[in-house]
Every structure is written in structure tokens, then in C-alpha cells.
Design a protein around this ligand. Structure first.
Ligand SMILES: Nc1ncnc2c1ncn2[C@@H]1O[C@H](COP(=O)(O)OP(=O)(O)O)[C@@H](O)[C@H]1O
Ligand SMILES: CC(=O)N[C@@H](CCC(=O)OP(=O)(O)O)C(=O)O
Length: 311
């Protein structure tokens, strides 16, 4: 016989679930109607179950009355496609050296593959998500970025440094109840150049969060957060003020550089908190909300009143 009433609730272990939902109420109430920018990193996107759980988390936020915006990466997926085509992969100072040929592949993989897949997952239960790149409606414009190595300016091809963000199209979609899903490709600021630039997805997410005056930026990646003494220890720094992070920036390496620079940019341009969390953990976005002290590393503005508490 199928259990009913309280017996059914016990069988499905429903009480802890109800408790967890109730505990999330203050966070949800504080963030209701607020914009949250979530960056889904390429390394956290390689597993189908993780991708499906990520889409569920975003839909949860959407249905709870928040305004989530997704910016996605796709570094490993781009590497794979370049490899298939027999093209080389080179990174300088954490940025992909992007020839015109590489740029075509970057655009094809980000806009045609990774973004389409995320939009598909988000639209499984309704017409929620709309995909775009920074080229659309001139959302993102960029000039040429150069890497700096030993004080020398090094040309790294069609890599973009964001020059401007016009968030109008994203705001219009949010007002229409949609979930924007953005690929980090920008239009050239030079009207004579019909080309596009490859922008690091962390940098793009942070710039968009600032331009949208977002409440929070969340960056999902393949580590627990910012490690204090990477790669020698896995002691995660749980909270940093903007000034503390600014002092730490010169010591950072590889993929953490654009992430932490992005967090600093966000919290010094109006975003109330920026967090790096472990995207390898299923439902990490919801875990961040349902855990009183939050997970990963949070960066807050210097005037943040909450000592060591989740945003
Ligand atoms: N201090 C640090 N703490 C944690 N990870 C670090 C640190 N410094 C460098 N890293 C590296 O940064 C990587 C995350 O960046 P990246 O590979 O670009 O991720 P994503 O694809 O999610 O953008 C980690 O896997 C780790 O190898
Ligand atoms: C300039 C530059 O490096 N652009 C990145 C854009 C994608 C990205 O940032 O993806 P992840 O978030 O997965 O690293 C690239 O070509 O790989």
C-alpha cells in the first residue's frame, strides 16, 4: 500500500527538505527582484549531470522571483574543437592566443554549441532562456587586449578588453521574465572593423554584473574557492574585502587571475558580493543559498557590514 500523509513525508525524508526551504527564506526574500549574474565555467561544464543540476538551480532562482543572468565559458570545449581541427592551443597570462582562424572556432563553439546546450537545458520546462553573444544589440564592445610579460606588451591576437557594456537588451529580457544566457564575445569598438573579440568569460561576467548593478556575482569553477597557498594547500579563503583582495592580486596565478580581478571589479562597481564556488558539486548554486555561511570564497566591498556571513 502507498503511504499517505505524514507517513509518506517520512518515507521521502521530506522534513529536512522542508526545513532547508524554510531556512532559505531570508536569502530569497532579500534577493527577490534582484539581478544575480552567474558564470558557469568550462571546467565545471564537462559533466552532463552537473549541467542539468546547474540548469535546475537557475530555474529555481528564476521561479523564486530573482533575475538570474548566465554568462558561460567553454575553454575545454574550445580546446577540444581546435584539437579536432588540428589547430594549436596557446595561452599567455591565462588568455587564449586568438588568431583569426582560432576566433572562428571560439565563436562557433561558444555561441553554436555551449550556449545552445545551456539554453536547451533551461528551456526544458518552458520558454525561459534566450541566448546571445556580446555582439547582439552591442551588449559588449571591446578593443584589443595585450598580455604583459616581464613588463613587455605582447600581442595575443583577437583577445578583447571590454570597452563598454550596453545592458539594455539584457534588462529588456529580464523585464520580460526571461533568463539571458550570454557568450563572452564582443563587437569591436572600431566601426571600421567588422570583427569580433574573444573575451575571457570571468571578465565578461564581472563587467556585466557591474553594468546591471547586480546584487551578486557567482563564478562556478573546478576548485572549492580561492586557496590560500595554491598549489601547496587546499585551505580555502572564505572571505575577503576589496582592499584585502587588491593586495593579494599580484600573487595569483593562471585561471584565478581573471576570476579574482573580476570579483574585485564587481564589488568596487556596486555589486554587493562576488563569490567563487565549486561547480563540480551538484547544485552548488543552491548550496550557496541554503548554507548559512555560504560556500567558497566571497569578496565584499570594504563597507560591507556583515562580518563573515553569506551575502
Ligand atoms: N589560489 C588558487 N586557488 C585555487 N585555484 C587556483 C589558484 N591559483 C590558480 N588556480 C587554478 O585556477 C583554476 C581555475 O581557473 P580555470 O581553469 O580558468 O577555470 P574555469 O574553466 O572554471 O574558468 C584552478 O583549477 C586552479 O588550477
Ligand atoms: C581570451 C580567452 O581566454 N577567452 C576564453 C573564453 C572562454 C572562457 O573564458 O572559458 P572558461 O571560463 O571555461 O575558461 C577562451 O578562449 O578560452
Amino acid at each position: 500500500m502507498t503511504p499517505t500523509g505524514l507517513a509518506a513525508a517520512r518515507k521521502h525524508d521530506a522534513l529536512p527538505k522542508a526545513d532547508a526551504l524554510a531556512e532559505a527564506l531570508p536569502w530569497l526574500a532579500r534577493h527577490r527582484g534582484r539581478t544575480v549574474v552567474i558564470k558557469f565555467g568550462g571546467n565545471a561544464m564537462v559533466d552532463d549531470h552537473l549541467k542539468a543540476a546547474f540548469a535546475e538551480d537557475i530555474l529555481f532562482l528564476h521561479h523564486a522571483g530573482l533575475r538570474p543572468v548566465v554568462v558561460h565559458g567553454g575553454g575545454p570545449q574550445i580546446n577540444k574543437q581546435l584539437d579536432r581541427l588540428g589547430l594549436d592551443t596557446h595561452f599567455t597570462a591565462g588568455l587564449r592566443v586568438t588568431t583569426d582562424e582560432t576566433m572562428d572556432v571560439v565563436r562557433m563553439v561558444l555561441a553554436g554549441q555551449v550556449q545552445r546546450e545551456l539554453v536547451g537545458l533551461l528551456n526544458r520546462h518552458g520558454p525561459h532562456a534566450v541566448g546571445m553573444t556580446g555582439e547582439d544589440a552591442r551588449l559588449m564592445t571591446a578593443g584589443r587586449a595585450y598580455a604583459e610579460i616581464d613588463g613587455e606588451r605582447v600581442d595575443i591576437g583577437r583577445v578583447g578588453e571590454i570597452a563598454g557594456i550596453d545592458p539594455g537588451v539584457v534588462r529588456a529580457l529580464l523585464d520580460d521574465g526571461r533568463i539571458p544566457v550570454v557568450s563572452s564575445i564582443a563587437r569591436s569598438t572600431d566601426d571600421g572593423d567588422s570583427g569580433v573579440f574573444n573575451v575571457n568569460a570571468d571578465t565578461a561576467a564581472a563587467a556585466l554584473a557591474a553594468a546591471l548593478d547586480a546584487e551578486a556575482l557567482m563564478i562556478l569553477t573546478d576548485v572549492e574557492g580561492l586557496y590560500r597557498d595554491w598549489p601547496h594547500s587546499d585551505d580555502v579563503i572564505s572571505r575577503l574585502t576589496a582592499t584585502e583582495l587588491d593586495k593579494l592580486l599580484p600573487e595569483l596565478a593562471s585561471g584565478m587571475i581573471p576570476k579574482m580581478r573580476g570579483c574585485l571589479h564587481a564589488v568596487t562597481h556596486g555589486v554587493r558580493s562576488a563569490r567563487v564556488i565549486d561547480g563540480r558539486v551538484r547544485h552548488s548554486v543552491l548550496l550557496e543559498i541554503f548554507t548559512a555561511e555560504g560556500i567558497g570564497t566571497v569578496v565584499v566591498p570594504d563597507d560591507d557590514p556583515a562580518e563573515g556571513t553569506a551575502p
